[in-house]
Write a protein that binds this ligand. Structure first.
Ligand code: ACO
Length: 473
């Protein structure tokens, strides 16, 4: 992709929104009668609702969750989802759970997590993987199952455990071990042992990298930022915005999707995300490039960090929610998936998905009250915003006459994002959706737009509409 110049002053737009104005908006209480100013047509015939979503605190890898297995985090989110909503586990008909870097012992992690959370052994579960949008894939698969009439009550979610990733023997060593398994005599075994060479011992580590190109996500982000002329200073300021807003939301008690996690065999209860860090801009500016050295602009502070965490949400037909006396937070109205050539620019999913999902839902950018975009990297977010505000990009890459438009940053990731809260890959989609729903309720909005990019050059866009009964909790 050629470098493009976009005239919008994103640096000014990336400045902190007036936190005062956010705080001034009143929290809608149960006694307030709220009616939507507009509604999106239900296309499933089921009016599918998002009842609620929860998550563990998101922790930097190698910290408090490091001795756990991922199904323990997943199980915690499943169990506490049911506790929080008050819905008996037996009513859940199907579970779809995401994970990206798979723990080999629990490959269908949804099933293992559900069993250890005490769900009925008669509740089927499958595991889905779609990189950073895996729990979005879980939710939309659930929507499909409900729309098809297969089930009424679905749980979706995702987990990632970057503290412990599968590290394999080399291919040569694996081949030798498999042959050794079949060797029948001592002579055959000794003959195999004699073929071992030093390079057999070089391990294979999983990389946060694109398979088809070998490029790391960080390198892609650096390339993307350079293509869109996003400066290092813009990235650092955007990252600081994310951390500042996440800190603010934490202090105000807005992150009610968190369910504290008691560490097994210890009295310690983890209550908060631990990656939020409001540091002086000078500290961010002093960091060396993390990927493209020495001239890259992506650093540890303006990239999302490797994170452990899990999330889960409950979705069902509106009719079922009514029967159960639940107060859903929002309707899950529309979604689209997009994909591009990962060897060109693989982190532009939100720019492609946003206009498509808006069009599908019959909405304009100005109808959206809460944008929740996955922040893989500050440079990636700013490049996506620039792409959407560029006629050149629209005409050359999106098959559109004119640009999508500029997003009002006063409505954008107001409670921080993946840069600050953390990004346990497969858990992020649910976190984005709960934050969108809770922000609509707190800020008296109607529509939320969730968008995320994912490895493989893929992306997602989802539209949620606040439910009249929604409570901030
Ligand atoms: C579509 C998708 O989502 S793709 C997935 C996207 N995400 C990724 O690819 C993950 C990318 N992130 C990473 O791989 C890692 O976090 C890295 C490589 C960027 C950084 O890892 P590390 O080097 O271990 O980071 P570490 O925590 O040690 O921090 C390095 C330095 O930055 C500083 N730092 C980190 N975060 C911040 C911050 N928010 N503010 C200020 N300083 C910070 C640290 O204090 C440290 O400084 P020091 O060297 O003076 O002690």
């Amino acid at each position: 992709m050629a470098a493009i110049s976009v005239s919008t002053n994103l640096l000014a737009k990336a400045a902190l929104p007036s936190l005062g104005s956010l705080a001034a908006r009143s929290l809608t209480t149960s006694s307030t009668v709220w009616t939507p100013r507009k509604t999106v047509k239900d296309r499933t015939g089921k009016n599918i609702v998002f009842v609620d979503g929860v998550r563990t605190p998101f922790l930097t890898s190698g910290s408090d969750y490091q001795k756990l297995m991922p199904h323990q985090l997943a199980s915690h989110s499943l169990l506490h989802l049911m506790k929080k909503t008050g819905v008996p586990r037996e009513l859940v008909e199907y579970i779809i759970y995401g994970t990206v870097i798979q723990e080999v012992k629990t490959s269908n992690i949804g099933r293992e997590a559900a069993l250890s959370a005490g769900f009925s052994d008669k509740t089927p579960s499958h595991t889905v993987t779609m990189a950073c949008i895996s729990s979005n894939a879980g939710m939309t698969t659930g929507i499909g199952l409900i729309a098809a009439g297969a089930y009424d009550v679905i749980v979706a979610g995702g987990v990632e455990m970057m503290s412990d990733v599968p590290i394999r023997h080399s291919r040569k060593m694996r081949a030798l071990m498999l042959r050794a398994n079949k060797a029948k005599t001592l002579g055959q075994k000794l003959q195999l042992l004699s073929t071992i060479r030093p390079d057999f011992f070089v391990p294979e580590l999983p990389a946060v990298a694109e398979f088809s190109s070998g490029e790391t996500m960080g390198h892609s982000a650096d390339r993307l930022a350079a293509s869109f002329k996003v400066t290092r200073d813009e990235q650092d300021k955007y990252a600081l915005r994310s951390h500042t807003l996440a800190q603010e939301a934490t202090n105000k008690g807005y992150l009610t999707d968190i369910v504290p996690f008691k560490l097994p065999g210890s009295d310690k209860v983890v209550e908060k995300d631990n990656g939020i860090r409001v540091a002086p801009l000078e500290k961010l500016a002093s960091l060396k490039p993390a990927f493209v050295k020495p001239h890259g602009t992506v650093t540890a502070a303006n990239a999302s960090f490797l994170t452990d965490g899990a999330s889960a949400c409950l979705i069902m037909t509106e009719q079922k929610a009514k029967e159960l006396g639940l107060k859903p937070k929002c309707y899950l109205r529309d979604f689209v998936y997009v994909s591009q050539d990962p060897k060109d620019q693989l982190l532009l999913g939100p720019a492609y998905a946003t206009p498509k999902v808006l069009e599908k839902a019959g909405l304009a950018l100005s109808d959206i009250d809460a944008f929740e975009f996955h922040e893989a990297f500050a440079g990636q977010i700013l490049a996506n915003l620039k792409a959407m505000d560029s006629d050149w990009f629209a005409q050359n890459y999106m098959n559109r006459q004119s640009k999508v438009g500029a997003i009002d940053l006063n409505k954008f990731n107001n409670w921080g994002g993946s840069l600050s809260i953390g990004h346990p890959f497969a858990a992020t989609g649910v976190r984005l959706t709960v934050h969108a729903a809770n922000r609509l309720i707190r800020d008296d909005g109607t529509f939320g737009l969730i968008a995320a990019c994912a490895a493989g050059g893929q992306g997602v866009g989802m539209i949620v509409e606040r439910h009249p009964d929604g409570q901030a909790n």
